[in-house]
Design a binder for this molecule. Sequence first.
Ligand SMILES: Cc1ncc(COP(=O)(O)O)c(C=O)c1O
Length: 362
Amino acid sequence: MTNIIKPKPGIMDIELYVGGKSHAVGVENTVKLSSNENPFGPSPKAKDAYIKQSDSLAVYPSSDHSALRLAIAENNGLNAEQIICGNGSDEIITFLCQAFASVGDEVLFTEHGFGMYRICALGVGATPIVALEKERVTNVDALIDCCTANTKLIFVANPNNPTGTFIPLSEIERLINGVPENTVVVLDGAYAEYIEGYDGGAKLVEKYENVVMTRTFSKIYGLGGLRVGWGYASPVIIDILSRLRGPFNINRAALSAATAAVNDEEYVKNCLLHNRNLGDFLINEIRNLGFKCDDTFANFILPRFSDEKQADAVNDTLEKDGLIVRQVKGYNLHNCLRITIGKEADCFRIIASLKKFKGSPL
Ligand SMILES: Cc1ncc(COP(=O)(O)O)c(C=O)c1O
């Protein structure tokens, strides 16, 4: 009775997603810097809102997410009717693939693009196509060259994970104008809040019917554990995606916490300031130690080592020192490690450990 149960074509091509490690065996005082979480967690107001929901656990959550959509709209200058909320932005990515791609279609993304694009494309039987980047930066010309009549979706994370690099909105608009107007272009803004004044592409959504922006509460809002994300798109795309959304896809505690989080602008501002200062500190120190590292536009850095062997050795040293970072071999970045910008003490520990590795004085 073997070989009887078979999934649809494409499913067995999906490699299981490997998340950031959270433990190092036998090491004490570990800190997890492997999943780009906010080291300070969420706003205290979000925590209070979450706890208050413990009195209403028997009651189904809102199915139209109106309070959360309104709060997102007000705080970002958007139209609430054009927002769809998901169980993490992963769910919005899933809806997009379910809605727009199928067998024989292509889903295009960048060389070091976020892993869920491939998983979701294969999940619906579509063919993932990869456009090369230029020195770890999204290359619009390569994306346009790879776009064919079969390309139904293009995903661009800006800033990108795991590279941390960013391209200006003028480049994104050049991409939109360089592809057919029935190809859906998704601007993944999971890290958009880390760039002050950047709208994640919202204005482009309002200008072009085929453009979608996705955002998340998992990063600067510190709510990765609750799973809340959202998408912003033209009414026609929101209508399509809404047909796929389960009525209660976000639980009431998560809705409540996310609403409080997006209303606490001051908290987000402080997290942003902290992230920028410590990001600059880490990158400077790392470069002073002789390692290469691009500027970052997000809450993580991606130092590059001489080769995979050295990256593995640095990873071992960090892990023994209780610092759990992310290996990014699955993103074809074998000589790199992705390190979330943690609290100040975590950043000092990273540098001390790297100095130890180099044999430099601490
Ligand atoms: C670029 C990018 N997009 C989307 C996501 C998914 O975020 P979530 O599903 O937690 O909203 C992540 C998470 O790491 C990401 O890095």
